[in-house]
Design a protein around this ligand. Structure first.
Ligand SMILES: [Fe+2]
Ligand SMILES: [Fe+2]
Length: 189
């Protein structure tokens, strides 16, 4: 009697699997060396890693540019610019770290090679001495970053939701950075 009561329950559990590729789920569970990359990963993994490495180079270069600006700008009238430069440098570093982490999750190798950094970066370094020129260079770099993240997000589409979510969250911060730089530019005009 007890067994008969359990029957419909079992049926219900099986029905819940409907719509899932159970075979893929089991295969995914078995290939432990692949870590986070499972059978159903729909994106071109090598292409995503290449894209992320270019973004990593861009973020590292942005750290260097903002650090240069932060340490060299002086004067009481430039205190707010100095504070923004430091905050941006720290946030670009956080972006670089999350991108490197994602590359490793995808079984790729994050490229930190300083010899090829500038060539691989979308944005440029800047060693201006004038605060207005610094802000302009930062605004240009932020706009370049926003546009390159937009293109990466479009290219990934819905094939890799985790990378897509990461790129969107980074792009949101780059838009804030661009806005901050535009505000500073207005102040120094
Ligand atoms: Fe960034
Ligand atoms: Fe930025």
């Amino acid at each position: 009697m007890e067994q008969q009561e359990q029957q419909p329950k079992l049926k219900e559990q099986r029905a819940m699997h409907h719509g899932f590729d159970v075979e893929a789920i089991r295969k995914a569970a078995a290939r432990l060396d692949d870590g986070a990359v499972t059978e159903g990963y729909a994106a071109d993994r090598e292409a995503v890693i290449k894209m992320l490495n270019d973004a990593l180079a861009t973020e590292l270069l942005c750290v260097l540019r903002y650090k240069r600006h932060y340490y060299t700008v002086s004067g009481r009238e430039n205190a707010s610019a100095k504070a923004e430069f430091l905050q941006h440098a720290q946030q670009e570093q956080e972006h670089a770290d999350s991108i490197a982490e994602r590359i490793v999750q995808l079984n790729g190798e994050p490229d930190f090679n300083p010899a090829t950094l500038t060539a691989r970066s979308h944005a440029e370094y800047d060693a201006s001495n004038d605060v207005d020129a610094m802000i302009r260079a930062d605004l240009i770099a932020e706009r370049v970053a926003i546009e390159s993240y937009r293109q990466m997000i479009d290219a990934i589409g819905h094939t890799d939701p985790t990378t897509r979510a990461l790129l969107i969250s980074i792009m949101t911060v780059e838009e804030e950075h661009a806005d901050d730089m535009r505000d500073l530019l207005k102040k120094t005009d």
